[in-house]
Ligand binder design. Sequence first.
Ligand code: DC
Length: 220
Amino acid sequence: MIIAIDGPAGAGKSTIARMIAQKLGFLYIDTGAMYRALTLKVLEGKISPEDSNRIIESAKSSRIDLRNNPDGSLRVFLDNKDVTAQIREPFVTKSVSLIAKIRGVREVMSELQRKLGKQGSAVLDGRDIGTVVFPDADKKFYLDANFKERVNRRLKELKELGQEVTFADIETDLSNRDTMDSKREFAPLKKAEDAVYIDTTDMTIEEVVDTVLKKISDNG
Ligand code: DC
């Protein structure tokens, strides 16, 4: 079974996807982490974000692995090196949408995501899972929340990771990424027609998890 969870940054996708995967015993695939890992490689390799050809080559020759820990958390490996913490650094976040808009990069990543998803039952979160990567997913969700709430959630998350960020920093980042991710030419952020839309602004994590689980167990 494939469960697709899409939506903008800060809508709670990764927390919910991880919890659903753990409860159902499915694999959790954080597709944003894959774009982040490649972005880290591009920045560390001093490749210009404009140099699409080199970036696509880099995507093809990179090895990106996601390993699920028994507690539901995920570790991300780039060319066999653990980059779990680094990919959440602001310098990566700032550039990831530029890398993710390149068509050839999306093709490589989508292929990898399909391969991983087909290994067994999986929950994938991202921007284009229900529209492009798995248009035939068994269940599709689009998680959303109002802008201020998304900024606050991301702020809390990054502070917990020990990052020194302000509300204004996150506001700028989310607003830029919202625009780039939803206006790009290939596989933009968009609700699939058959996705269940959930506005999580005034919901607790448990309420969202319960709503999603209920929809998954409903037939049809
Ligand atoms: O979910 P996230 O914030 O970690 O994702 C980082 C970026 O990666 C996001 O701003 C856009 C891109 N992304 C994408 O284009 N397609 C996906 N399926 C997942 C993420």
